[in-house]
Design a binder for this molecule. Structure first.
Ligand SMILES: [Zn+2]
Length: 104
């Protein structure tokens, strides 16, 4: 036993807690330890960013539609924003609309 991450807010809580003292989210016993992970895939996001990144397609893929539209309209801020996103995805730090890391 020890500390685990809350499935609601990802703050560290005691593993024996049935709900999070910070956000109140109920913690399931079937939950794997570690940060909550997105069902979206880093490799897919990486390929979308590489081929269609200036259109913001990788952001639409992970559900971040608002910033995806901005990228679409600005052509990924002329490619610079897309390049940054590509690096972030490459290091596995890209997050979906629910602020969860993507899986590999
Ligand atoms: Zn919480």
């Amino acid at each position: 036993m020890g500390l685990v991450y809350c499935r609601g807010c990802a703050s560290q809580i005691n593993a024996s807690s049935s709900s999070c003292p910070n956000c109140g989210a109920v913690q399931g016993s079937d939950r794997p330890e570690g940060l909550p992970i997105s069902n979206k895939n880093n490799l897919v996001a990486l390929l979308l960013c590489f081929f269609l990144g200036i259109l913001g397609v990788h952001r639409f893929y992970v559900g971040r539609v608002g910033s995806g539209i901005v990228q679409l309209l600005t052509l990924g801020l002329l490619g610079i924003w897309t390049l940054i996103d590509f690096i972030v995805i490459l290091f596995g730090s890209f997050r979906d609309a629910d602020n969860r890391r993507l899986s590999w």
